[in-house]
Design a protein around this ligand. Sequence first.
Ligand code: ADP
Ligand code: MG
Length: 621
Amino acid sequence: MALLQISEPGQTPKPHARRLAVGIDLGTTHSLVAAVRDGAPWVIPDAEGRRLLPSIVRYGMDGNTEVGVNARAAAISDPVNTIISAKRLIGRGVEDIRERYQHLPYDFADNGSMVPVMRAGNRTVNAVEVSAEILRVLRKRAEAALGGELYGAVITVPAYFDDAQRQATKDAARLAGLNVLRLLNEPTAAAVAYGLDRGAGGHIAVYDLGGGTFDISILSLERGVFQVLATAGDTALGGDDFDGLIADWISRQDGMEVKDRSARRALIEAAIDAKERLSTEMAVELNVDLGAGKIWKGNLDRRTLEELVKPLIDRTLKICQRALRDSGLEKAEIDEVVMVGGSTRIPLVREKAGRLFGRAVLTDIDPDQVVALGAAVQADVLAGNKTADEMLLLDVTPLSLGIETMGGLVEKIIPRNSALPISRAQEFTTFKDGQTAMAIHVVQGEREMVSACRSLARFELRNIPPMLAGAARIRVTFQVDADGLLSVAAEELTTGVATSVQVKPSFGLSDAEISDMLEASVRNAAADQADRRLQEQKVAAERVLTALDTALRQDGALLDQQERVAIDEARAILLAAKEGADPAAIRQAVKSLEAASESFVMHRMNAGIRRAVAGHRIDEY
Ligand code: ADP
Ligand code: MG
């Protein structure tokens, strides 16, 4: 006879019926994973008891990859192959990165893709892959501790991350084998960790100064519902910049010349150590090993440190004021100020933020852990482990979204700081009589001119029946989901012709690219290089052939029989080589064709001169 399992009302009969869900703080400097246990969130440590995983990945020449503490140890000796700030690069284009960060030691390779890749170890990698390595370690850590496969994860992102950066973060999670329950803004997660959702309500400022980014969010809380009223930030301002200033200060002492990357990295490590100790001590001794037997000794006191970093802290305060303005609130209306991020351990940061908002700041929860803890709470809710509608979180669009209109102007459709999810539509019309297609260019940003905004996507609405200018009615609908990801639809209302796109940001990866990346970890780098050389030669061949064919069409008559045969022969050889797989053969064939065409080039020049002499301008031809 089967036994019935009996449980008291309110008790779960099967504890394993809980879905395993985690919150992950994927930080620039450190990453953490947390989960809810016995109703409370906790940060899951690794086997050695460490909670913070340095967000550092090292690619070895032997194809091995190290993540975390071991990788960090190698950052000094091997900076090119040790990627320490993937979060700063994720979802950005090469030019953007070059402009923002001049000091990065990485070896960016030009592979023609919009997604920047770096040569590291025996391969090339992009920021999505680096982030995936970090996420994979955290997933395994959690699965080992929780004893099973994860149902899903909430991953936090800076509130200021744009569409491309959010999408790239999701891609990284997918690569790492994680099911993303939701992307959550870091400051929102922190407010959840403080349980402010169960408080009396009011306005909360979340000040997050981490290693690589600064964010300020102004939240309102009413009847247990959060709404983000405004966010502002700087994706390139954080503790790393403090370290840079301190390192510069050290190298100014005694006029030390620090040129090579390893010595610079050693200086940075010394700066980090000094900075962190100065949060509790008034002065520290420095002992920097610059390699090659060079050792520098000196002292740094808190006052000097504060003088160095004050301008950066003041920059965060300016950004706070901007967010306050956007939120429409006065300082006096802020009820709580939450401190997030390791850099808020610096006493001057707490002091200045407190003075700005006119109140003591909240620091009870470890500022390194608070985001991951809040994400874990939210993950638990989204996995369905909590009853009832425990918490409804509303986030906002960090930047305005719109489309390009005539004259390169931007028509904003969803203004920044709109609560998510959101859907907005606007009608447009055709500009010319009989216009049968309309190009739709989706952009993101606050500026009026398209050229000053970020291009997200382009698509066309075709098959509009010919009508008089202004007669067609085209409705463009923007929809942003809870993760902040955009889809755009366009419809001609009189005929019902419609099209839509899931916006893939310009610097995002396609599904095909992602599966390629998975395969690429198996494929070896030498083959990649050969591929690329071949492609380059094919492109060069194509260019020469097109130019030649155009010239033949225009001036073929200038050639005599023998010249023509020589060109045709060389052309045929190049055509055949172009279909093959030997870059050297293609290059040779291009050279031969150029040689065979030399006399043709002369004939054309002479003919051009004759035409000019005949009273015409050469460009008329
Ligand atoms: P992120 O979210 O960007 O990964 P974290 O919140 O982990 O950043 O903060 C990391 C930054 O905090 C680093 O720049 C680190 O040097 C700094 N930090 C950590 N502890 C201290 C401390 N005691 N005093 C000053 N800065 C600290
Ligand atoms: Mg952080």
